[in-house]
Design a protein. Structure first.
Length: 545
């Protein structure tokens, strides 16, 4: 028995064919017959067959001179890579060198968050080149790859969108991310949701389907108003995604009168909420009655618009406790100031009470708090009528939609609005939990957008792993760290270069993660012997004393 190799040339192309054959005698003639066509086997598998056939009389010679040693990490890399394949991310990025580099950036972001330099160093510890078919690269290659991602983002998002059932409902929200330094091309001062005063920022808009799967992400300059990001989302859904029946869900700061008119022009619908100052005129005009808030989920119609009403008792209690805490804080200040005035006869009462009134305004309780002076003592009084007026809408919220009753019930409108929490979860995971969007180690606008797009694609993988591991008592971050302990065994013969990488049977904890992720590990992995090294070397950057 032997392996027969033949080379065919057709129309300038070269094809190799491998057959497993055996020789036999038919009378005085030696004939050959084919047992199997092994052309689809890897070169390593064919070489193993030849080696085994060469020593078939004494297979102990095959293992003589075989050397095994621990190789690169494979567990986390392969699981994340296979999830990316199942989600279609690898095909959307493409099989070009740039597409493969982009896929590595996504995988690296899931495994370990950091700069392009850290992603490049990560590749030297994991079998990235063997699994993804990468050639050698450095950190500059990854920075340039962000430009490519920015340029091709629309095409990649469109491919991923076509893999999904065409949604009729879109969730949209924005967030901001502060920056260190002032040189980022998209940075500007704006409404900072991170509470970082004096920090420039960028604004990020995320479009999801009704299940919370990210469809598209867009980066705006840091001073962009939330509602001003909405028009491009309508254009995206109509022109790029080609969706006809659409309902947008956005919060009260996102979908306003202008956005509603834009949606109507496209024949789209909306679900949003209205603010407290918008609720009060509806109550004063008799469109909404206060007692409706105390009957679970209620619905009224006015001017062709449906209003869905509800009071959240838990939220009402939170507001009440917050108001009491603020009042207690002001009372403590008044008590301390009264002691001060009693001990300092020359202190001016007017100056003290002015400071206290300023604090009451900061605490947003000045409408129902009254402070008077009686013999140099400040007395705190509560305007109960004003307080009751202030508290009447505690925990109340009103949703607004133009969907017909046949299209969606009040319960459906309420549920779809609550689905905005999926977008909030995506922002929370992307910014502070598993993926660490910050710090942003780039300055160019194209690379900033490419970096944020990488985080969005990585979140799709993290989200999928969270779903598949939901029955395991482990976080996604812990699971990935556990998987990194599974390494290949480098197998070589007689001290020559690595012939192939053998993947050992994982221990029980790792095996459970792989099975729950619905991923099948290969038994062997080709060794390409590609070494990845950084241009910047740490020893040269250290200061030795």
């Amino acid at each position: 028995m032997y392996v027969d190799e033949s080379i065919l040339r057709v129309n300038g192309k070269t094809y190799k064919r491998y057959l497993l054959r055996e020789s036999y005698r038919d009378g005085k003639k030696v004939k050959h017959r084919t047992i199997a066509n092994i052309s689809k086997c890897t070169p390593e598998e064919i070489a193993a067959m030849r080696l085994a056939l060469r020593h078939k009389k004494d297979l102990t010679q095959v293992t003589a001179g075989v050397i095994t040693m621990q190789g690169l990490s494979i567990g986390a890399l392969w699981v994340i890579y296979d999830i990316a394949r199942q989600l279609g991310i690898d095909k959307a990025l493409g099989n070009t060198p740039e597409g493969k580099l982009a896929l590595w950036q996504v995988i690296a972001r899931v495994m370990e968050q950091g700069s392009r330099l850290s992603a490049e160093r990560l590749a030297s510890r994991h079998a990235a080149c063997d699994v993804l078919g990468l050639k050698t690269f450095d950190e500059d290659s990854l920075y340039n790859n962000l430009d490519w991602l920015c340029e091709n983002q629309g095409r990649i998002e469109d491919k991923l969108f076509r893999r999904m059932n065409n949604p009729g409902l879109f969730l949209y929200d924005v967030t901001s991310s502060y920056l260190e330094g002032t040189d980022n091309e998209l940075s500007a001062f704006g409404y900072n949701r991170d509470g970082k005063k004096g920090k420039r920022q960028i604004v990020i808009g995320l479009l999801c389907n009704e299940a919370g799967v990210p469809l598209s992400i867009e980066v705006f300059t840091g001073n962009t108003n939330d509602s001003n990001t909405f028009a491009s989302q309508i254009k995206k859904v109509t022109e790029r995604f080609g969706t006809k029946e659409v309902t947008f869900v956005g919060d009260r700061g996102m979908i306003k009168s202008k956005q509603i008119e834009d949606l109507k022009a496209e024949g789209f619908h909306y679900i949003t909420a209205i603010t407290k100052p918008q609720i009060e005129p509806l109550i004063n005009n008799g469109v909404i009655q206060m007692d409706l808030f105390d009957h679970g989920l209620a619905e009224v119609t006015g001017d062709g618009v449906r209003y869905v009403l509800r009071r959240n008792p838990q939220r009402a209690e939170e507001i009440r406790k917050s108001r009491e805490d603020k009042l207690q804080s002001l009372s403590g200040d008044i008590e301390r100031q009264n002691k001060y005035l009693a001990g300092h006869v020359k202190a001016r009462v007017k100056t003290v009470i002015t400071k206290l009134q300023e604090k009451s305004k900061r605490l947003n309780i000045s409408k129902w708090v009254i402070m008077t002076v009686n013999n140099r003592e400040i007395v705190l009084n509560i305007d109960k009528k004003a307080l009751n007026e202030e508290a009447k809408l505690d925990g109340c919220y009103v949703l607004k939609s133009d969907l017909s009753g046949q299209s969606a019930s009040a319960e459906t409108i309420h549920s779809r609005y609550k689905d905005l929490s999926y977008v909030e979860l995506a922002f929370r995971s992307s910014k502070t939990v598993e993926l660490e969007l910050r710090p942003i180690h780039v300055r160019l606008a194209t690379r900033t957008r490419g970096h944020v797009f990488v985080v969005m694609l990585a979140y799709r993988i993290v989200r999928e792993l969270a779903i598949r591991w939901q029955m395991l008592d482990i976080t996604v971050e812990e699971g990935i760290k556990e998987l990194t302990t599974l390494c290949v065994e480098e197998v070589s013969f007689n001290g020559v270069a690595t012939a192939f990488n053998q993947i050992p049977h994982p221990r029980e904890s790792v095996e459970k993660l792989i099975e729950a992720a619905r991923v099948k590990m290969p038994e062997v992995l080709p060794s390409k012997d590609i070494i990845v090294t950084t241009k910047r070397k740490l020893p040269s950057r250290r200061i030795m004393k």
